[in-house]
Ligand binder design. Structure first.
Ligand SMILES: Nc1ncnc2c1ncn2[C@@H]1O[C@H](COP(=O)(O)OP(=O)(O)OP(=O)(O)O)[C@@H](O)[C@H]1O
Ligand SMILES: [Mg+2]
Length: 602
């Protein structure tokens, strides 16, 4: 009865979900995924029909065998022919069954592929703020359990629903053909079943919603705990987290049991209607046999077989109905994600930005992440092409924010940012970022791939000689070359086998190879040894040569060379100028910073 539901693992929901879509609309949208495969689906349904038609012949043949041969002891050539026909029909039935199973699996895999592809393509286009508000675990829940539910419904259940509907129609036709009066008696219990299904529908839907909600929380918890396992172990939080895990897990099981219990009611109701239908038929037949001559024992046997044959599909149809409720809840979540629009969007008339010289202007820029608190307040800044601007300031003062705005990872709240005099909102994001801006993030990210591929990330066509040249400039060639597999060494997830300094050098090589007129560098604060620091310093200088650079620097040696130093405090520029000017302001933030670092060095 609950086949196909109990096997499924977690699924997910968001607390901030919009009101549910009408079921029919969701269903129609869901069916569009079958569009490209409609002919294959039609072929599969054809095979189903063949199986149904053949299966319904059996009682018919049995009836002929009983009434015309066995009951009257006529074992002749026609009897053997009927037996032969029955055997051949069985053979065809099984062959068709195998063919349709294969066909369904093929469609199923393609649909799954399509939905996942669409989802991934979509989230790749979403803006930074989406990834800040959606935990990884929640996104994964959409990809795994929700998509799997949709796929199961679209392929297995849809084909099965066709099959069930077809079987039901054929069986009812045969029943009417044999004895219309008895057929009506047999079917009189169906409205009760329909009533029960309608009553349970909203309750099951709500139940599945709850399952999803708690399963998502479970997923989020799991993803975060695995990612943060080093911190968990370092602070010996295993037992505390394990207890939290148990609660999260138990809540999912509890919701799951609730909805399954609800759905389980439909099973007995189906069986009761079958039993009552059969009883009603037997009651009426008992009065008719003997009284009229038309009703034979063979007919009654065939009729009983048809009643069973009718309730088979009704029972599986009920199962599909339960799966449908789960599917609708999942589909709403998936469509919700697909309907989430990126906040940063290309203007309809956006042009491709030509390769720039690299003048960057912040013109009265205000910016807020949450719409409430301003992270940047009235920033005015001009960096001429090829010059270096260093951003300094306390933690949280807005340095990374300024860097993110240049690449248009967020849109300014007020004011504008111009590159070579062009408002960056007037050009496509792709043309703005590709070939114009290279970014070295505060936390360098290395992907699970070879070192070579990690370095050529911004220019996949780069040859091996170019990669090595970039690595040499970035001072990381030496250590890469010493690895047993050199540039073909496979980095673990996030490059965890490399030190932070090594990762930083590799991401500098990546930026060098990208060879863009603009460079944004969010220097990591992490302390590295003096030797590495010098390597990084040297690499940076080579990288910045001839490019417009915005560098968030913590090392005085980098900052000192800047054409302008921008001192930020609480989102505002409080000092701006070159090293000489700022260092001479005795009570300035920069002068204090210089003094502090000098003391640290001595
Ligand atoms: N994604 C975000 N969502 C909401 N607020 C944010 C976000 N990122 C930063 N902020 C807030 O904006 C302010 C500026 O943050 P920003 O990351 O620009 O600081 P920073 O100067 O780079 O600091 P650090 O030196 O520590 O890297 C901070 O108050 C921070 O809390
Ligand atoms: Mg920062």
């Amino acid at each position: 009865m609950l086949r196909g539901i109990t096997q499924r693992t977690s699924r997910a929901t968001d607390a901030d979900a919009p009101p549910p879509q009408p079921a029919l609309k969701t269903l129609r949208r869901l069916f569009r995924y079958l569009g490209p495969y409609k002919w294959r689906m039609a072929g599969t349904v054809g095979l189903y029909m063949l199986c149904v038609a053949i299966a319904q012949m059996y009682p018919f043949i049995d009836r002929m065998l009983i009434d015309q041969h066995i009951a009257v002891k006529r074992i002749d050539g026609e009897f053997y022919l009927l037996v032969l026909v029955a055997v051949i029909l069985h053979a065809i039935n099984y062959a068709a069954f195998a063919a349709r199973t294969l066909s369904i699996v093929r469609i199923s895999q393609r649909v799954l592929f399509d939905i996942c592809r669409q989802l991934f393509h979509h989230i790749e286009r979403l803006s930074f703020n989406f990834f800040e508000s959606w935990p990884v675990g929640k996104i994964m829940a959409r990809f795994q359990s929700d998509v799997t539910t949709l796929n199961d419904f679209l392929t297995n259940q849809v084909a099965s629903i066709f099959h069930d509907a077809m079987s039901a129609v054929v069986v009812i036709a045969f029943m009417l053909l044999i004895d219309a009066g008895l057929a009506v008696v047999a079917l009189c219990t169906l409205p009760a079943l329909a009533g029960a299904a309608l009553y349970l529908r909203p309750r099951m839907h709500a139940g599945w919603e709850a399952v999803r909600e708690y399963a998502t929380r479970f997923n989020i918890f799991l993803a975060e705990n695995i990612a943060g396992m080093r911190v968990i172990q370092a602070f010996v939080r295993q037992q505390v987290n394990f207890n939290q895990f148990r609660v999260t897990n138990a809540l999912v099981v509890e919701r799951w049991m609730k909805v399954i219990t609800l759905s389980a009611w439909l099973g007995p109701i189906v069986e009761m209607t079958r039993a009552f239908g059969l009883a009603a038929v037997l009651y009426v037949a008992a009065h008719q046999i003997g009284a009229t001559s038309t009703l034979t024992v063979g007919t009654l046997v065939a009729f009983a077989a048809y009643i069973n044959a009718l309730w088979g599909p009704i029972s599986t149809f009920t199962n599909s109905y339960i799966v449908l409720q789960a599917t609708l809840a999942s589909a709403e979540k998936v469509f919700d994600l697909l309907d989430t629009q990126p906040v940063v969007r290309d203007a309809p008339d956006a042009i491709a930005m030509p390769r720039v010289k690299g003048e960057i202007v912040f013109d009265h820029v205000w910016f807020s992440y949450d719409g409430a608190r301003m992270a940047l307040k009235d920033i005015n800044l001009r960096i001429p092409p090829g010059q270096l601007a260093a951003l300094v300031g306390q933690t949280g003062s807005g340095k990374t924010t300024i860097a993110s705005l240049v690449s248009r990872f967020y849109d300014v709240t007020q004011g504008r940012i111009l590159i070579d005099g062009i408002d960056i909102r007037a050009v496509t994001q792709e043309s703005l970022r590709r070939q114009q801006i290279a970014v070295v993030l505060q936390e360098p990210f290395i992907f699970t791939d070879t070192i070579a591929n990690n370095i050529r990330y911004g220019r996949p066509t780069a040859g091996m000689d170019e990669i090595i040249a970039a690595a040499r400039l970035a001072n990381c060639h030496e250590f890469i070359d010493k690895l047993p597999e050199g540039y073909n060494t496979l980095a673990h997830e996030r490059g965890s086998q490399f030190s932070v300094g090594q990762r930083q050098l590799m991401s500098i090589a990546r930026a060098i190879l990208a060879d863009t007129p603009i460079l944004i560098l969010d220097e990591a604060t992490s302390a590295v040894d003096t030797e590495t620091e010098q390597l990084i310093q040297q690499a940076l200088e080579r990288l910045m040569a001839g490019r417009t650079s915005i560098v968030i620097a913590h090392r005085l040696s980098t900052i000192r060379k800047a054409d302008q130093i921008v001192v930020l405090r609480e989102g505002q520029i409080v000092e701006i100028g070159d090293h000489q000017t700022l260092a001479s302001k005795a009570d300035g933030y920069y002068a204090r910073l210089v003094r502090a670092q000098m003391m640290g060095e001595h």
